[in-house]
Design a protein around this ligand. Structure first.
Ligand SMILES: NC(=O)C1=CN([C@@H]2O[C@H](COP(=O)(O)OP(=O)(O)OC[C@H]3O[C@@H](n4cnc5c(N)ncnc54)[C@H](O)[C@@H]3O)[C@@H](O)[C@H]2O)C=CC1
Length: 372
């Protein structure tokens, strides 16, 4: 690790345990420096607070990897056009961030750390602004909900038509969504569950246990066909490598099926030679809402196979156990391109299993929206 990355990671440990104070200080300073910025954030700041910390943790994690850092930040800049973020906003945020870091870290902070964060922030905001400036798309799309299907109390599958302008995404990517009618200015990321198409129609799989996830709750329980949502620029690197000739392993936990379904749909358009195996895990058989759709694809494509598994359902007629353990039982996966999608603990466990199989890291793709 070079010195710059070391300084960022080392200094982050001084504030990591004190995130609430860091975030509180950041927003207090930000709105004092520019009271107009308050209008860009949701009325209920509780829904917003940890977004900043997630973004910072992600940026410090990828700083060692210039290529993904670059693309991640450019797409984040495109995505931030939905907030109408201007150059002066980036500057003000930088001042507030440095101030919050200094005061939260206290005596452990030093000039070297200060300079490393200034440089990192300058690089981050320059790349984000370059990404935004190079984007010809609208800052966000209005999208009309076409269909809304409930699967049990906590899960919904929605289709949304992006209006006014083509929305180009790659299979495996995600977009952020706002439901202005229910929660203005609260945006959350969701993977697109279908392959790109000329109809501008995007499918989303959303799950929220009762009481959790404000926007997901509104999208599952209150959204109806005909309602207007907003969608922002596609992001994410969990996309297919068309040059590769390796067979493909996909591991999906719960609604983590969404990007995997998009990847498989995309493969149906051109794949003839690569074997594709999907492991699809849920807690109970009733939660396997996407299994029937996958089985239809299996029937039509000889290169595709699917193994469903349940972790908490002794009566399930199939594989039992955490999906990462099931994947291990069928391995090794050393020569495959691997795609992993699900909750952060599920992704972590699956990455460990693949590391034990000595799958080369460049052959593994996953997006956890900064939550690993
Ligand atoms: N691109 C992505 O990575 C996407 C991720 N997601 C995330 O996927 C998650 C899905 O949640 P739910 O539908 O509630 O599914 P869930 O959390 O009920 O997942 C059940 C499946 O995950 C596995 N799992 C859970 N914890 C595990 C652990 N510690 N180790 C190994 N396996 C584990 C179980 O074995 C089971 O197969 C959400 O957190 C959502 O944010 C959703 C869409 C896309």
């Amino acid at each position: 690790m070079d010195n710059f990355a070391r300084l960022l990671k080392e200094s982050w440990t001084l504030v990591e345990e004190d995130r609430d104070r860091l975030i509180g200080h950041f927003y207090a300073r930000l709105f004092l420096l520019d009271p107009d910025l308050r209008k860009l954030f949701p009325v209920q700041m509780a829904a917003q607070r940890d977004r900043l910390v997630e973004a910072i943790v992600t940026a410090t994690q990828v700083v060692d990897d210039p290529e993904s850092f670059d693309e991640y930040l450019r797409s984040l800049g495109r995505d931030h056009r939905k907030y109408h973020a201007a150059a002066t906003h980036y500057e003000t945020m930088g001042v507030a961030l440095l101030d919050a870091l200094r005061s939260t870290a206290g005596d452990g902070w030093n000039l070297e750390y200060d300079q490393a964060w200034r440089d990192a922030y300058a690089a981050i905001s320059e790349k984000m602004q370059a990404g935004a400036a190079a984007d010809d798309d609208p800052p966000f799309w209005h999208g009309e909900v076409l269909t809304h299907e409930r699967h049990g109390p906590d899960t919904a599958v929605l289709t949304v038509r992006a209006l006014q302008h083509p929305l180009r995404w790659k299979a495996g990517q995600y977009v952020s969504i706002e439901a202005p009618r229910h929660l203005p200015r609260v945006w959350r990321t969701y993977s697109v569950a279908n392959a790109p198409n000329d109809d501008n129609v995007l499918e989303f799989h959303i799950r929220t246990p009762a009481g959790a996830g404000w926007l997901s709750g509104a999208l599952v329980r209150r959204t109806r066909p005909g309602e207007l949502l907003r969608l922002a620029a596609p992001m994410g690197s969990m996309t297919l490598d068309r040059e590769s000739t390796r067979d493909i392993l996909c591991v999906a936990g719960g609604v983590g099926l969404a990007p995997v379904k998009a990847l498989v749909e995309e493969l149906t358009r051109w794949n003839r030679t690569r074997w594709v195996h999907v492991f699809y895990g849920a807690r109970h058989a009733d939660d396997l809402y996407g299994l029937a759709g996958l089985e239809e694809l299996v029937a039509a494509h000889p290169w595709l196979s699917v193994t469903p598994a349940c972790s908490d359902d002794p009566d399930f007629d199939g594989e039992h156990g955490e999906i990462s353990d099931v994947v291990t039982r069928y391995g090794p996966w050393t020569t495959h391109d691997c795609y992993v999608s699900g909750s952060a603990p599920m992704v972590r466990a699956t990455l460990r299993a693949l590391a034990e199989d000595e799958v080369p890291p460049p052959n593994i793709r996953y997006d956890t929206f900064g939550n690993l």
